[in-house]
Design a binder for this molecule. Structure first.
Ligand code: CP
Ligand code: NVA
Length: 309
């Protein structure tokens, strides 16, 4: 690939590229399950920068890169000069001269954009306050595996208007499905943010003040923590505000009979979701977590090598 493609938000790729990535992820997953070697990224190195905690993102990128034949360097704010105020631009120039790909989990989206603007290699968003594109990539792949195309379907988002909600809205506009959003007052999705550089189409998004109504007829019900990383000071206020935004069996019953339940994890049973739902028969959260690795392998391969036959 001659041009440098970053993956900073879901709208950085188009619908055709997503079709390719979902097919490629399925093939890569099949090879992984068959213990078949797949080493397109031999001698390539991924730098992973974590300014927030992680289990899934760390393991899926690290294991995934090794499985592709490459290697990884793991950096955190605490053990690098990033935590000692080295300018992000300088860090980007240095890190991208020694590695082939960079994944960053940080706070403001602006920070990852500044890094990318100074990087010689593709940069992947591993979660910011505003977006979590790799997670939605995995979620849609998981939906396709279980139910086929997501086009024309309805996703119910119950909870915070956070990075996950923003990214769902971007995906809906791009891939042609609907999101029914229900958030408590004061925690709504910021439409400008969700729109990113491309805008969200009005017919892909509908707001409901009642979470039960948002779930009516949905093909997928999904939620996330009440308090995202970086917002811990608001924890008590959020516990009060979100009390009615717990996905329970009644909400699942309002959705389609074959509706799936997803949660990006980590989850808090008894808060944003009842144990009977997340541990129940409609939940696909473990497939969803595993699929992070398969889709990100397809993504890393694509950003470095382009479309492969
Ligand atoms: N879903 C997700 O991104 O999980 P981690 O915070 O464990 O990486
Ligand atoms: N919205 C959550 C997702 C965690 C994977 C957060 O940002 O903390």
């Amino acid at each position: 690939m001659t041009t440098l493609t970053h993956y900073l938000q879901f709208t950085d790729l188009n619908a055709d590229e997503y079709t390719y990535l979902f097919e490629r992820a399925a093939l890569i997953k099949k090879k992984f399950k068959a213990y078949e070697k797949h080493h397109p990224l031999v001698d390539r190195t991924l730098a992973m920068i974590f300014e927030k905690a992680s289990t899934r993102t760390r393991v899926s990128f690290e294991a995934g890169m090794y499985q592709l034949g490459g290697s990884v360097v793991h950096l955190t704010t605490g053990d690098s000069q990033l935590g000692r105020a080295e300018p992000i631009e300088d860090s980007a120039k240095v890190i991208s001269r020694m590695t082939d790909l960079v994944m960053i989990r940080t706070y403001e989206q602006a920070k990852i954009e500044r890094f990318a603007a100074n990087s010689r290699v593709p940069v992947i968003n591993g979660l910011t306050n505003e977006y979590h594109p790799c997670q939605i990539l995995a979620d849609i792949f998981t939906f396709i595996e279980h139910r086929g195309s997501i086009q024309g379907k309805t996703v119910a988002w119950v909870g915070d208007g956070n990075n996950m909600a923003n990214t769902w809205l971007q995906a809906a506009s791009l891939l042609g499905f609907k999101v029914h959003v229900s958030t408590p007052r004061g925690y709504e999705v910021d439409e400008k943010l969700a729109a990113g550089a491309h805008g969200i189409s009005a017919d892909s998004y509908q707001f409901f003040s009642d979470p039960m109504e948002a779930c009516q007829g949905a093909d997928l019900v999904t939620t996330d923590v009440w308090t995202s990383m970086g917002y811990e000071a608001e924890n008590e206020a959020r516990r009060l505000a979100f009390a009615d935004w717990c996905v329970d069996t009644e909400m699942m019953a309002a959705a389609q009979p074959d509706a799936l339940f997803m949660h990006c994890l980590p989850a808090h049973r008894g808060e944003e979701v009842e144990a009977d739902v997340i541990d129940g028969p409609q939940s696909v959260v473990w497939d969803e977590a595993e699929n992070r690795m398969h889709v990100q392998k397809a993504l890393m391969e694509y950003l470095l090598l382009g479309k492969l036959a």
